[in-house]
Write a protein that binds this ligand. Sequence first.
Ligand code: B12
Length: 226
Amino acid sequence: MSAELPTVATLLKPHGLIVRGGFHPTRKDVVPGEPATLVLIGNAGPHMWQAFEAARAAGRYADSVNPLDDWVRDALSAVAAQLGAASLYPFGGPPHLPFQRWAQRAEAVAPSPLGVLIHPDYGLWHAYRGALAFAERLDLPPRDTRPRPCDTCADKPCLTACPVNAFGADSYDVPACVGHISNPEGADCMALGCRARRACPVGQEFIYEPAHAVFHMAAFRRAQAD
Ligand code: B12
């Protein structure tokens, strides 16, 4: 079965996942399998978290080391099979697939001063969970060309909100960040999500709910402690 983006979106909906744009890759994009079309899949808003929580409440993924990754792989590989596409994932590396580079080809996102990509609506509160690779060339809407919100953000509160100044001009001091969130002073980053990320005025209504934020922050801290 071939597909149009609305069909992909409909199949993703029960999983709370959304289409994050698509593009026609060239060799330079280094997409495995050299597909004619790559459609990025991700989350923004509460729906993915709710679907994942429902699966866990039903007793699934209780023994998973990376339950969200396992849930995503199950959901997306089923959608890919329905569409005759291959599925690719941002996790499982190294080597890591260049999802952030692909995302910039697919939709109006650009690096924020924090490193994570900023979206004109979702701000810093969105992520990429996978991609569908199609051998055939799908019709795609024109890429959204809205500008990077940071270019007109005079104050850049994201750069002054981190209590340990983990974010520099072109760097992210991971040990400083992990040190902070491993101590009581970092309790609010752990409970509500990174304070620098929350300081961004764009997409405040998309800030992850506390349980979702805790899940990612705990996974991040755990991974860095390994
Ligand atoms: C390794 C990795 C990390 C490492 C190092 C990040 C780094 N300095 O590059 C660590 C563990 C530190 C990290 C942390 C986080 N990460 Co991370 N990470 C990745 C991963 C798995 C691979 C990145 C990579 O090396 N790609 C390979 C190169 C070749 O790809 P690329 O697209 O060309 O590279 C781009 C990035 O390196 C980026 N970049 C450069 N500097 C920084 C700094 C930061 C902080 C980030 C996030 C990216 C980044 O610029 C490049 C060009 O666009 C990606 C998933 C993926 N496959 O892309 C997620 C990813 C980049 N991470 C993501 C996120 C959200 C985070 C966290 C905010 C999540 C969290 N709370 O746990 C934290 C940041 C901590 C905080 N303060 O909250 C998201 C970003 C989504 C977005 N909106 O852009 C991604 C895409 C995963 C996803 N599922 O969507 N991450």
